[in-house]
Design a protein around this ligand. Structure first.
Ligand code: ATP
Length: 388
């Protein structure tokens, strides 16, 4: 087992912008780190550089604190598992597992012992004499993991290993991968574009965009305290609703405009200090980006529950256990309208946003209603996207 560090790694291919731009990532010994981001953000390139299959344009890869740039892939003691299994089709699973051990020059008794241990761990004992085509997709992926792990690698790299499996099997194998890593404590870096995999598997999640690291933190921190609007909009389904808007100060009270409504920012909000400074710097308030996740809104018949936003329903999706409604903010009073300067208003009806409501009869499209807003769940970002 080992720690892994990508130190200021950049990679530029012949054409186009950098695939990786000064990527810094330090994964602890025994940690399960997940790299997630949209297609083309550089996830696979980072893994390939780590494995030695690709050369970085700049920067260093360290395993257990030692630079490995000069080592060939097979000298790095890294196992790789891909989505396409990469098993030899004409060899049995046993022979597939034995092949890397032969390459390492291990004696027959040691090879047998390692195959037995790994196959028991992955539940492959009854399948060892079959060929890959005689296995289901899930069994094949398990066999591919077995072949990677039988070598006793220091680090395991997984590149979208579940993307060829159907939804049910993905959930099953995902749980197996998590359990396996807990048992082996093998340092693992797992690449996916699926945020559910990232949130459920990672001890820490690295969110990448355009070759740049946006945030590297435990999943709950990524969700609760996204470092910027990219992370806020990427993690969460539906994603966080974001409004380019303004905050203003009246006396000691801070408020933020949503559409044409001014809603109070709780005085103990973690960003209140910074937001106050931003707001205080301008007579008409300061520009910010406000963020509220769909679960920050709720329907209530408690008259005392404020603040509320008048909205009109423009879409709905029932997911069985919950209801996602798309709504648009209705304009407020004329004086509130006047309070928001023209360029920061999001139109008379405001842009559509998503609210997560408990399962129940879906409100009809076009229906007007009021949503209470949990302002404690408000996120505030700079106009450039960084969290305040
Ligand atoms: P996906 O989720 O679609 O696999 P990714 O995040 O893994 O995407 P990479 O495969 O790392 O992204 O690619 C990052 C960028 O580098 C992309 O713009 C891609 O087109 C480019 N790229 C990757 N490999 C090469 C190559 N061999 N030659 C030129 N450009 C490349």
């Amino acid at each position: 087992m080992a720690s892994v560090e990508l130190r200021r790694i950049s990679k530029t291919f012949d054409h186009g912008p950098p695939a990786l731009d000064n990527l810094e990532l330090a994964v602890d010994d025994g940690e399960f780190a997940v790299m997630v981001g949209p297609s083309g953000c550089g996830k696979s390139t980072a893994l390939r550089i780590l494995a030695g299959l690709e050369q970085a344009t700049a920067g260093e890869v360290l395993i257990d604190g030692r630079p490995v740039g000069h080592l060939a892939p097979q000298q790095r003691n890294i196992a790789m598992v891909f989505q396409n299994y990469a098993l030899y089709p004409h060899k049995t699973i046993r022979a597939n597992m034995e092949f890397p051990l032969r390459m390492m020059g291990l004696p027959a008794a040691e090879r047998r012992a390692r195959i037995a241990r790994t196959s028991a761990m992955l539940g492959l004992d009854d399948l060892l004499d079959r060929r890959p085509r005689q296995l289901s997709g899930g069994q094949r992926q398990r066999a591919a993991m077995a072949r990677a792990l039988v070598r006793d690698p220091a680090v395991s790299l997984m590149d979208e290993p579940l993307s060829n499996l159907d939804a049910k099997l993905r959930v099953e194998i995902r749980a197996e991968i998590a359990a396996l890593q807990r048992r082996t404590r093998l340092t693992t870096i797992y690449v996916t574009h699926d945020q559910v995999e990232a949130m459920t598997l990672g001890h820490r999640v690295a969110v990448l965009d355009h070759g740049k690291l946006q945030q590297f933190a435990p999943p709950q921190t990524i969700y609760d305290r996204p470092a910027n609007t990219f992370v806020a909009g990427f993690i969460g389904s539906p994603p966080m609703n974001l409004w380019p808007t303004r905050v203003r100060r009246e006396g000691n009270r801070l408020s933020v405009a949503l559409g044409t409504h001014w809603l109070p920012v709780p005085p103990d909000h973690p960003a209140a200090g910074a937001a106050l400074a931003a707001a205080a710097s301008r007579p008409d308030g300061g520009p910010v980006i406000a963020g509220l996740r769909p679960e920050a809104f709720h329907l209530t018949d408690q008259a005392a529950e404020t603040p509320r936003l008048p909205v009109v329903v423009s879409g709905r999706e029932s997911l069985g256990h919950e209801l996602i409604v798309t709504v648009q903010i209705q304009p407020g009073h004329a004086d509130a309208d006047a309070a928001v300067s023209g360029d920061h208003r999001s139109g008379p009806a405001g842009k559509a946003f998503a609210a997560r409501l408990p399962a129940g009869p879906a409100p009809a499209e076009g229906r007007r209603m009021e949503l209470a807003v949990r302002m404690k769940q408000l996120h505030l970002f700079n106009p450039d996207g960084g969290a305040l």
